[in-house]
Design a binder for this molecule. Sequence first.
Ligand code: MG
Length: 371
Amino acid sequence: MKIEAVLLHRIRMELITPFATSYGAYTDRETILVQVIDENGISGWGECVAFATPWYTEETVLGAWHVLEQFLIPSLLKEQIQHPRQLPQLWQAVKRHAMAKAGLEMAVWDLYAKLQKKPLYQLIGGIRDEIQVGVAIGLQPTIEQYYEWIDQYIAQGYARIKVKIKPGQDVSLIAALREKYPQLPLMADANSAYTLKDIDHLRQLDRYQLMMIEQPLAADDIIDHAELQHSMSTPICLDESILQAEDVRKAVQLGSCQIINVKLGRVGGWNEALRIHELCVEKKVPLWCGGMLESGIGRAHNMALATLVGFTIPGDISASSRYWQRDIIAPEVTVNQGKVALSKLPGIGVEVDTDYVSALTLNKLEITTDS
Ligand code: MG
């Protein structure tokens, strides 16, 4: 591979409806698209999923931009690599900054797959060409609004519904949803809104046959999650706690969870995600792919990830139209009977609408081998 230029596009996209979590609500999504270009003008695309504010992890859009511009991109252009497996070694001196690394890794993996003339999902050993998908609903002001969204998503065929919960909007919410939808594959995501003091309160959720409760406690607390999991029957899924394969090893050993959510951005990209997948298959821990309100580029990478054998639970990979009036890729991601089909074209298999990307761009930077 001879990468001659890397472009960063910071864009802002309006969400169709605000997305609320236990930390607050978003009305638009700022994100960085990463484009690597080789000597023949072939582009690979990735997406840095950091948010504008550091609510999910410590990373932010502008912080990631700085790390990409000053450290990750210069070392990639200076060293050059033969295979994207070499990237973690190249960036050893850059600690953490998982989302910045993941955005650039994704672009290099996409380019590499295109050069091999293979769909990315086949290159990484994916075993299915369509995946079952679920949808996430942010916190809503009234129960009727949940019913409205859920009815709509069931009609669209989604295979699993996830709702966000927080103190004051949890047990009674789940009870009401379970009463109205006794058979619905349902799960709840707390985004670390609780502590072990809430153990008796959270145990009340055991009555409602949830598929899982996602990240009830703090991101850096694998030990307390073990205590909680040992005292409740609802499976715990870890999201924010899992930054690398090593975290999976510890969580599984302690019994902190029964399920893992993988996000390429949170774990630093494809290389670490593949390691986590390998370990979870070995330990028989089911996986699913989480979502970060991605544009079509991040979404296409997530779809490839979810084709791996260990991803047995529908992920948060909804249709483009779940979030955007218009996506930046063609064709857009569509859901048919709860499934999304993978493109057979090389790389992530979608065309990036560069005119629309330009229209959404807040700022752009090009770094070349000569600069
Ligand atoms: Mg989550």
